[in-house]
Design a protein. Structure first.
Length: 78
C-alpha cells in the first residue's frame, strides 16, 4: 500500500469523512499483547477480521478499509 501517494492520501481523507458521516467506524481490538483484530462497525453491525494483525500492520489495514468502504459506497462524483 502506498500511503504517501497523492491520490490514495486524498481518498483517505475523503474516506474518513465519508465513513464518519455514514456511521462507519473501523478500529483495532486487542487479541493479546502483540496482535489485534480489526472491527468494522457499520451502523451497529460489527464485523471482526478473521486474521489478527501485528502492531505495525493494523493501522495500515484500517486505512485500507476506510478507503475501500469509501470507494465502494460513495457516489461516483466524489
Amino acid at each position: 500500500m502506498n500511503l504517501m501517494g497523492i491520490k490514495f492520501y486524498d481518498d483517505y481523507l475523503k474516506a474518513i469523512s465519508f465513513c464518519f458521516r455514514h456511521n462507519i467506524k473501523i478500529y483495532a481490538v486487542p487479541k493479546n499483547q502483540k496482535e489485534y483484530y480489526i472491527e468494522v462497525d457499520n451502523n451497529g453491525r460489527i464485523t471482526r477480521s478473521p486474521k489478527a494483525y501485528k502492531l505495525k500492520e493494523w493501522s495500515d489495514k484500517i486505512v485500507e478499509l476506510y478507503v475501500h468502504y469509501y470507494r465502494k459506497l460513495a457516489p461516483s462524483d466524489n
